[in-house]
Write a protein that binds this ligand. Structure first.
Ligand code: MN
Length: 206
């Protein structure tokens, strides 16, 4: 195979899940992961590769591609798929089996400085996740030197708003409908209590 042939192959690949498909049960079922990771996330990767094939965008790394296409209506297809690829990879890493509990000490101290208490942060995350109208994401981010909770619609990302994401919760219906139907608040509460990966958030703070 020549180099020329290799360069025409898919630029972006679906990253491996950081755990088994059934590892988040009973909070998120293997069936949900099978569709959410295996169909939705994979679909964004496949669509992105099709959209950028043979274009200048094929040479860009994912975060650069997101920054270059954000806010450009004629590039919305590329942006939406690229950002959804990034958001989903970040979401899988924001969860872990037997998550929840207490953050590492340095992150906990920072949370207490910026939000007052862990409960206050969880309440803000829950409000953001449950009041996002329609599809989107709730995030813990660092803006400047301050932790904040923000929500974004559809594929939008804090990355394009100059913020550093620490963790996210996917609140698209495909994230919870098989397991929780319309009960988004129950899904969010279970994720925050049992799956959220504070160690991952702490690594992103460093
Ligand atoms: Mn999703």
């Amino acid at each position: 195979m020549s180099n020329d042939t290799l360069q025409k192959g898919p630029v972006h690949v679906l990253p491996s899940l950081p755990y088994a498909e059934n590892a988040l049960e009973p909070v998120i079922s293997a069936r949900t992961i099978e569709f959410h990771y295996g169909k939705h996330h994979k679909g964004y990767v496949d669509n992105l590769n099709k959209l950028i094939a043979g274009t200048e965008y094929a040479a860009l790394k994912l975060e650069k591609l997101i920054g270059e296409t954000a806010g450009k209506p004629d590039k919305a297809g590329i942006f939406n798929n690229a950002s959804q690829v990034w958001n989903h990879t970040f979401f899988w890493n924001s969860l872990k089996p037997k998550g929840g509990g207490e953050p590492p000490a340095a992150l906990k101290k920072k949370i207490e400085t910026d939000f007052g208490t862990m409960d206050a942060l969880k309440k803000e995350l829950t409000t953001a996740a449950t009041t996002q109208f329609g599809s989107g994401w709730a995030w813990l981010v660092l803006e400047g030197s301050v932790l904040k909770v923000v929500k974004t619609g559809n594929a939008d990302s804090p990355l394009t708003k100059g913020m550093k994401p620490l963790l996210t919760v996917d609140v698209w219906e495909h994230a919870y409908y098989l397991d929780y139907q319309n009960r988004r608040a129950d899904y969010v509460a279970a994720v925050l209590d049992k799956l959220i990966n504070w160690e991952f958030a702490a690594l992103n703070l460093e």
